[in-house]
Design a protein around this ligand. Structure first.
Ligand code: ADP
Ligand code: ZN
Ligand code: ZN
Length: 833
C-alpha cells in the first residue's frame, strides 16, 4: 500500500534503526516528530513508539503498515533530546530503542495488554453453558472489558484458563488487542467556597443565614474550621477534603449540606507527588573570601571553556557555591540540572535547595515511581510555555536528579552541575545504553549552549587530566569552610597487632580506643567496611569446602540474621547446611567479614550504645533509607556501620570519628582503577568526620601502613596520588592514557561462548591488531548460568573515535552473519568504569 507520507518511528526494541510506517490520510498533519504513536508490529501486536521524522520516501521492497493512532496532542520529545539520543546511540554502540527505553519514564512506554469483552451478537444466558462458564461471562459483563491477566487472577482455580480459552474459541468472548495508557495523574479532593461567597460581603450573608438558625450550628462550625484551615495555608483558596473531614469539629453531614446548598463546592485537582514546599525562600548565603574567589574563577573559566572542574576538599563549601551559580541562572530565566549519584540524593540536600529555591526544585530519580517521573517530565517540558511573568523561580526550572535526568525535555538549559563527578555510579552498567551520565551531560549542555561544572573532592583521573591539559577550566578550594582543619588520619597496623595478640575481633586497639573516647563524649562514629565481593563466607574446618552458587562462579555470602547463604550476583539463597556436604564434619566456620558481622562484633564492646547498619540490605526502600538517616541525624544512633553508601553526601555535624576497617581489601581488588577507588573512598569516608565545628579523627586499619595510596590519603595529598597513579596507568597502558572498549560475550554453553569469543577476537584483530587483548576468562566467569568471556580494546587517545566505532560495528555485524552465533549475546561497553 502506498502513502502520501511516511514516518520513521523509534520503538522500545533493541533493533538497529527506526522503522518506517505509513501515515494514513485521516492522521495527516497529526503525525509529528516527538509525538507518540501506536503502530502494529508482527502478526497482531501493537506497540507505542516515538515519531523521529516525517518524510515522503516510500521504502522500497517492503510492505509498509499504517500508523494506528496518535497518542499526544503535542510532542513529548524535543529535537534537542533526539540529538542527545543519537549521540548516545552512536558513541556507546547501542540501538535507538535502547536509548528510548532508558530515556522515557515507563508510563510513557505503553503496554500492550490483551483485553476481552462479551460478544454482543451472542446471548449466553439460555445457551446451556456450565456454571463455571456462566460465572466467568457474568464477570466480564460486569467489567465490560477485562484483561486476561486480571481474569485469570479473579479465577485462580485449576482448569479456568482452559475454560476461558474455549469461551474465546467458541466466540462467547472477543479479544481486543488493546493499549492502555498507564499514566494517571494523582488527584486530590478539595473544598472551596462557591464563587458567590468568595468576597467578604458574600461570606457575611452566609454567616447571617447560618447564625439565625440554631439547627444550622454544625454547619456554621464546619465553615469556621474551613476558614481557619484555609488561613493556615496562606495564598490558597481551598482546603483538602481529607484535612477538613479529619478535623474533630467537622461533621460529615454538615459538610454535605453546605455543598448541597451551594455554599461550598468539592472539586478534584491534579497534584504533584514531589514533596511540596511551603513557606518563604531565603536569600543565598554570603560567600567566604575563598568561595568568592572560586566563584569568580568559575565565571572567568566559563568564558573560555564549556566545562570546568571544581576540585574542592570535603566540606569546603562546594554546595554553597553551586547554590550561587544556580541562583544566577534561574534569575536569568534559564534552567539548571544538578546531577548527583543516586544514593547521594538525600532529603537533606532537597531541603537545603528548597530553602533557597522553594517550589522550583524538582527531584528525579529511580526511587520515584513512573507516574512521579512523568510529572517532573511535564513540568520541565512546560517550563517553556509557562508565563514569563510568573515570579522567579518557576516550576521545571531546577532539577535535582540522578543520571537519567539528562533525558528530561529541557528547552533553555544554562548550567549542568555534576557533583561527585568521579562516582562510578554515573555509568549505567546493564542494560544498554551503557552511558556515562557525566560525559553525556557535557554533550547535553553543549546542545543548549550551556555550561557544565564538575565538582569533586577526589576528581577522576580522566577529568583532572582534561583540566590539566587545558580542555576544562580548573578551580581549587583547598580549605574547609570556616577554617576547620582537615581530619587527622592515622593508620593502625593489623599485622603488628595480630603478632602481639592485641586484635579484639576485627578491631585494633587504636580503633577501639578512638571509638570509646568519641562515644564517651557523646559524639557519633561511622565504621566503614566495603564488602563488595569480600563479604563473609563459610568454610569447612576439616576439608576446606566452601559453598558456591549453583548458577554463578562465586562463593555464597553468609547472612547471619536470616541464617542463610546467598549469592550477590543472582539472588540464589539456601539455608546454612548443618554439616559439610563434602566430608560430613560439623565444624563449618565463618571466614572474612562484612558489615553485618562488624555490627555484631562492635556491639559486644559497646553494649550500652545504639548501633545500626547502613547497606543495601538495610535500606532497600525509600522509607527505610529516610528513617535511618533521620535517626542518625537526630542522634538516636551512636554508631553506624556501613558500606560505601556512607561515603556519599552525608552531612552530619556530630560525627567526630571514622574507622576504616580494612583498606587492603580495596587496594588489592583486581582492577586497574582499584587505587583510584581506594583513594576516593577513603578520602570521602574520612570527610564525613568533623565537618562543622571541629577537626575529625580517622583510623585506617591495614597490613600495609606504608602503601603510597594510604600515605596520600593521610596527607590529604591528591596531587601526589594523581601523579603516581598516572605513572602506574602509563606503565600498564590504561586510561586516561588510552581509551577502552570492553566486549562481553555470554551464552549458556561454555564451548560456544569460548568459540564465539575467539571468533570475535579474530575479527577485531584483523582490524586493530595488537590493540586487542583477550579473550579473557573473568574472575566471575559464570552468572545466572551464563558463561562469560571478555575482550579488551585499547585505542590511542589521538585516534579519531568515530572511525573506530564504525569499524567495531562492522566487526559485530560480521560476527552475527554466522548463524551459529545468533543465540550468543555480544555487547560493547565504551569507556567502562
Ligand atoms: P561541600 O559541598 O564542599 O562538602 P558544603 O557546601 O556542604 O561543602 O559546606 C560545608 C558546611 O559549611 C555546610 O554545613 C555549609 O552549610 C557550611 N557553609 C559553606 N559555605 C557557607 C557560607 N558561605 N555561609 C555559611 N555556611 C557555609
Ligand atoms: Zn568438609
Ligand atoms: Zn548466583
Amino acid at each position: 500500500m502506498a502513502f502520501l507520507q511516511y514516518a520513521d518511528i523509534i520503538l522500545p526494541l533493541s533493533v538497529p534503526r527506526a522503522l518506517t510506517y505509513g501515515v494514513p490520510e485521516h492522521l495527516a498533519g497529526e503525525v509529528l516528530p516527538g509525538k507518540r504513536v501506536i503502530v502494529p508490529l508482527g502478526r497482531n501486536k501493537l506497540f507505542s513508539g516515538v515519531v523521529r521524522t516525517v518524510h515522503e520516501h516510500a521504502p522500497s521492497g517492503v510492505e509498509v503498515k499504517a500508523i494506528a493512532s496518535v497518542l499526544d496532542d503535542l510532542p513529548v520529545v524535543l529535537e534537542s533530546q533526539f540529538r542527545l539520543w543519537e549521540w548516545i546511540t552512536e558513541y556507546y554502540l547501542c540501538n535507538p530503542g535502547d536509548v528510548l527505553t532508558s530515556a522515557l519514564p515507563a508510563s510513557f512506554r505503553l503496554q500492550s495488554e490483551t483485553s476481552v469483552s462479551l460478544n454482543p451478537d451472542k446471548d449466553f444466558l439460555d445457551a446451556g453453558l456450565s456454571a463455571d462458564a456462566l460465572t466467568i461471562l457474568e464477570q466480564v459483563k460486569e467489567e465490560d472489558e477485562i484483561s486476561l491477566h486480571d481474569l485469570n487472577r479473579l479465577f485462580p482455580e485449576k482448569g479456568m484458563p482452559k475454560l476461558i480459552k474455549s469461551l474465546l474459541e467458541e466466540g462467547w468472548l472477543l479479544v481486543k488487542e488493546e493499549i492502555q495508557e498507564r499514566y494517571k495523574p494523582l488527584q486530590e479532593a478539595r473544598i472551596r467556597l462557591r464563587d458567590a461567597y468568595r468576597d467578604d460581603a458574600g461570606l457575611e450573608t452566609v454567616f447571617l443565614q447560618l447564625e439565625q438558625d440554631k439547627r444550622k450550628s454544625r454547619q456554621l462550625e464546619t465553615l469556621l474550621v474551613f476558614l481557619k484551615l484555609r488561613l493556615d495555608q496562606a495564598g490558597t483558596d481551598y482546603v483538602r477534603k481529607s484535612a477538613l473531614t479529619a478535623h474533630e469539629q467537622v461533621s460529615g453531614s454538615a459538610l454535605q449540606t453546605l455543598i448541597r446548598n451551594g455554599i461550598l463546592e468539592e472539586y478534584a485537582a491534579v497534584i504533584d507527588r514531589v514533596p511540596a514546599f511551603s513557606g518563604n525562600v531565603q536569600p543565598v548565603a554570603e560567600l567566604s573570601e575563598n568561595q568568592q574567589l572560586a566563584l569568580q574563577q568559575i565565571q572567568e573559566a566559563s568564558l573560555e571553556h564549556p566545562v570546568a572542574l571544581l576540585h574542592g576538599v570535603t566540606s569546603s563549601g562546594k554546595t554553597e557555591l553551586y547554590i550561587h551559580l544556580i541562583d544566577e541562572q534561574l534569575r536569568a530565566g534559564r534552567q539548571v540540572l544538578y546531577l548527583l549519584p543516586e544514593i547521594a540524593l538525600t532529603t537533606q540536600l532537597v531541603q537545603r535547595l528548597q530553602r533557597y529555591f522553594g517550589a522550583a526544585v524538582s527531584v528525579y530519580h529511580s526511587r520515584f515511581n513512573s507516574n512521579e517521573r512523568v510529572e517532573v517530565w511535564k513540568q520541565v517540558l512546560h517550563f517553556d510555555q509557562t508565563d514569563q511573568q510568573t515570579p522567579f523561580p518557576r516550576k521545571g526550572q531546577l532539577v535535582l536528579g540522578a543520571r537519567s535526568s539528562i533525558f528530561l525535555p529541557f528547552s533553555r538549559l544554562g548550567l549542568v552541575i555534576v557533583d561527585e563527578e568521579h562516582d562510578p555510579s554515573y555509568k549505567q552498567q546493564d542494560p544498554a545504553p551503557r552511558y556515562n551520565g557525566r560525559d553525556a551531560a557535557i554533550v547535553l549542555a553543549a546542545g543548549h549552549g550551556g555550561k557544565v561544572l564538575l565538582g569533586s573532592a577526589t576528581p577522576s583521573l580522566e577529568s583532572y587530566t582534561n583540566a590539566r591539559q587545558g580542555r576544562y577550566g580548573l578551580i581549587n578550594l583547598h580549605e574547609r569552610f570556616g577554617g576547620i582543619r582537615m581530619p587527622e588520619i592515622s593508620v593502625a597496623d593489623i599485622a603488628d597487632a595480630s603478632r602481639k595478640k592485641l586484635m579484639k575481633a576485627h578491631f585494633t586497639p587504636e580503633l577501639l580506643d578512638a571509638v570509646r573516647s568519641a562515644l564517651a563524649k557523646e559524639e557519633q562514629v561511622i565504621l566503614f567496611q566495603n564488602r563488595r565481593g569480600f563479604s563473609s563466607f563459610l568454610e569447612c574446618r576439616h576439608c576446606n569446602w566452601i559453598p558456591h552458587c549453583k548458577n554463578c562462579s562465586v562463593t555464597l555470602t553468609y547472612h547471619k540474621q536470616q541464617h542463610q547463604i546467598k549469592c550477590h550476583y543472582c539472588g540464589y539463597a539456601q539455608s546454612v547446611p548443618s554439616a559439610c556436604p563434602n566430608c560430613g564434619d560439623h565444624h563449618i566456620e565463618v571466614r572474612g567479614f562484612g558489615t553485618e558481622r562488624i555490627e555484631e562484633e562492635i556491639a559486644v564492646f559497646f553494649p550500652d550504645h545504639r548501633i545500626a547498619r547502613f547497606d543495601l540490605d538495610t535500606v532497600r526502600t525509600k522509607s527505610s533509607l529516610h528513617r535511618l538517616l533521620h535517626d542518625f541525624s537526630e542522634r538516636r544512633i551512636d554508631l553506624l556501620v556501613g558500606t560505601q553508601m556512607v561515603s556519599k553526601g552525608l552531612d552530619f555535624d556530630n560525627v567526630s570519628t571514622v574507622g576504616i576497617l580494612d583498606a587492603d581489601q580495596m587496594l588489592n581488588f583486581p582492577d586497574f582503577r582499584s587505587f583510584e577507588r581506594s583513594f576516593q573512598l577513603m578520602s570521602q569516608v574520612a570527610g564525613r568526620s568533623g565537618r562543622r565545628s571541629k577537626q575529625g579523627k580517622v583510623i585506617i586499619q591495614t597490613r600495609n601502613p606504608g602503601h603510597w595510596v594510604i600515605r596520600a590519603v593521610m596527607n590529604h595529598d591528591y596531587a601526589s596520588f594523581y601523579h603516581q597513579d598516572m605513572e602506574e596507568r602509563r606503565h600498564f597502558g590504561y586510561p586516561p592514557h588510552c581509551r577502552l572498549v570492553s566486549f562481553t560475550i555470554r551464552h549458556r554453553e561454555e564451548a560456544l561462548t569460548h568459540d564465539a569469543a575467539t571468533r570475535f577476537c579474530t575479527l577485531l584483530r584483523n582490524k586493530f591488531g595488537s590493540r586487542v587483548h583477550g579473550p579473557h576468562i573473568p574472575v566471575v566467569h559464570r552468572v545466572r548460568n551464563q558463561y562469560i568471556r571478555h575482550i579488551l580494546l585499547k585505542i590511542e587517545r589521538e585516534q579519531k573515535t568515530a572511525g573506530v566505532r564504525e569499524t567495531i560495528r562492522s566487526c559485530m555485524r560480521e560476527f552475527y552473519q554466522e548463524r551459529i552465533y545468533h543465540p550468543v549475546q555480544l555487547f560493547a561497553d565504551v569507556d567502562p568504569v
